[in-house]
Design a protein around this ligand. Structure first.
Ligand SMILES: NC(=O)c1ccc[n+]([C@@H]2O[C@H](COP(=O)([O-])OP(=O)(O)OC[C@H]3O[C@@H](n4cnc5c(N)ncnc54)[C@H](O)[C@@H]3O)[C@@H](O)[C@H]2O)c1
Length: 472
């Protein structure tokens, strides 16, 4: 089947041997019975992947199939790869949320980016007679957080880091050496002019959102992932709104908790009515509303099917973080209402509950959702679920491992958006600005001591006004 196979995990690594997580065998899954059982050595395909009528697993461990897409794989012999493709009639990927578009199957023709009029990296393999495309990705900012974005490329299937940029030469070179990226720039304009990436990761502090995102727009970068928080106060919020509406760059905001596998599963439970009608959402985090409130508010919004915010009533306290590079009140408590009559409570800062056994204030992000027939809770290290059908269940997960996988899903969702504009990114700029408007409404509510209708037109100078109020 010439032109009909793609195992990008192998192409990406330029490997003549299968990547560590794929043994010789099919990549995609076995028939349901084999998938459920695996082989006697426990190497069977994932229990949560079902590809009816696919061939028996030869010896290996399946990798996730795309829902209803093409299942591809290869058997490796010394110097030769035997590749094949099957149509998946009905594959189920547990981590796909039901409320979002199904994942795009891998491209079955060469060079999807080129067909979209984008630049791409063409990869030639000795063992594969054809050319395959990868989206070309670049980084603006090589600080600590950018490492999380780069690590995710171990799991990203359709993109490759082609170039990086940082003003700081040492950071640039350390990062390049760590992730094996030789194409390095100190000037973002020069990088974008020469490299013309399909995807740009903007991983800088929030005070630099407007200038760095403007650079992406000036160079017509097709899609950019920009770190959270998206803004600081009303002035930059308005500038970013105008920037996003003007185009041509599409922005996704890096609230990657959205894509944690357990969150996707629990969101599906809510969407399928497994806890009945949602009545109340309770979110908390022990860092500031700006640093971590934006993460848990995104969860409240997405668990609630992105129903519009209608009002907020809140209080803030603590000046310690107002002078930091992420200036914000250290604590906040607020009640939000949504258009579907659901209400949510958010508590941030050291007044928030201890949600896990971890000592760091950064490890207590949490969401609980209460319905008429049960409840769900996700924390960074645990989850719980009470449903009428399933009773009470609980479990644990490793935040770091899950976070890199979530980061990869967030990145892949950008490629879905590039391939099909009708599949907007779940964390697109428009939504993130809607959530941030609710935070600005919370600040305004605290200053005016009354509820604020949302969306609001935030006043200028909010941080200065909060500083004055909180230091009185
Ligand atoms: N999503 C998450 O879970 C998560 C976790 C941690 C941090 N973050 C966020 O990540 C962001 C970045 O954090 P960080 O600690 O990596 O920041 P940082 O300031 O340490 O690193 C940013 C890097 O960008 C570079 N830079 C800035 N402007 C540039 C320009 N014009 N051209 C080239 N390089 C430029 C700086 O030199 C710096 O090395 C923050 O907004 C933070 O809130 C998110």
């Amino acid at each position: 089947m010439p032109g009909d196979y793609t195992d990008r995990s192998m192409q990406k690594q330029g490997a003549k041997h299968p990547p560590p997580r794929v043994r010789a065998g099919i990549a995609g899954g076995c028939g349901r019975s084999e998938g459920a059982k695996g082989d006697s050595a426990g190497r069977g395909c994932r229990r949560d992947v079902h590809v009816p009528r696919s061939p028996r697993c030869l010896a290996g461990r399946g990798r996730p199939a795309h829902r209803g897409g093409t299942v591809s794989g290869a058997i490796w012999f010394p110097g030769v790869a035997l590749a094949f493709t099957l149509r998946a009639v009905q594959a189920e990927e547990r981590s796909d949320p039901p409320t979002f578009p199904a994942r795009t199957p891998p491209p079955t023709r060469a060079c999807i980016p080129q067909r979209l009029g984008l630049k791409c990296l063409l990869q030639k393999r000795d063992t594969f007679p054809q050319e395959h495309a990868m989206f070309k990705c670049a980084f603006l900012g090589c600080g600590p957080r950018a490492r999380g974005h780069a690590r995710a490329y171990k799991a990203v299937q359709r993109g490759q880091i082609a170039a990086i940029c940082d003003l700081d030469e040492k950071r640039l070179n350390d990062f390049g050496a760590e992730f094996g990226i030789a194409t390095r720039y100190r000037d973002a304009h020069e990088m974008l002019e020469r490299e013309k990436p399909d995807l740009l990761h903007i991983v800088t502090v929030p005070g630099l959102r407007v200038p760095t995102m403007t650079i992406a727009v000036e160079h017509k970068v097709p899609v950019a992932i920009v770190e959270k928080p998206i803004a600081l106060q009303g002035e930059d919020w308005r500038a970013l709104k105008a920037l996003g509406e003007a185009g041509p760059t599409r922005f996704a905001v890096n609230t990657q908790l959205h894509f944690h596998a357990r969150n996707l599963e629990l969101k599906r439970d809510v969407a399928e009515g497994r806890i009945g009608e949602v009545r109340f959402i309770d979110v908390s985090a022990r860092s500031t509303p700006l640093d971590q409130g934006v993460h848990v508010l995104e969860l409240a919004h997405s668990y609630n099917g992105f129903a519009p915010f209608t009002s907020v009533f809140g209080q803030v306290g603590g000046v310690e973080d107002l002078a930091s590079r992420q200036p914000a009140p250290s604590m906040a408590a607020a009640s939000f209402r949504f258009a579907n009559a659901v209400s949510a409570m958010m508590v941030c800062g050291l007044c928030a509950p201890l949600a896990t056994a971890q000592e760091s204030r950064y490890h207590h992000k949490r969401i609980s959702v209460y319905g008429t027939r049960g409840f769900l809770q996700w924390t960074m290290w645990t989850w719980e679920r009470q449903t009428r059908d399933g009773g009470y269940e609980r479990g644990e997960h490793h935040y770091g491992v899950e976070d890199d996988l979530a980061q990869a899903r967030l990145t892949e969702a950008c490629f879905d958006w590039l391939e099909d504009p009708a599949k907007p990114h779940p964390c697109c700029l428009e939504r993130s600005l809607e959530q941030f408007n609710a935070i600005l409404g919370l600040y305004t509510s605290a200053l005016r001591s009354r509820p604020i209708e949302l969306p609001c037109d935030p006043p200028d100078g909010l941080l200065e006004a909060l500083k004055t109020r909180l230091t009185l």
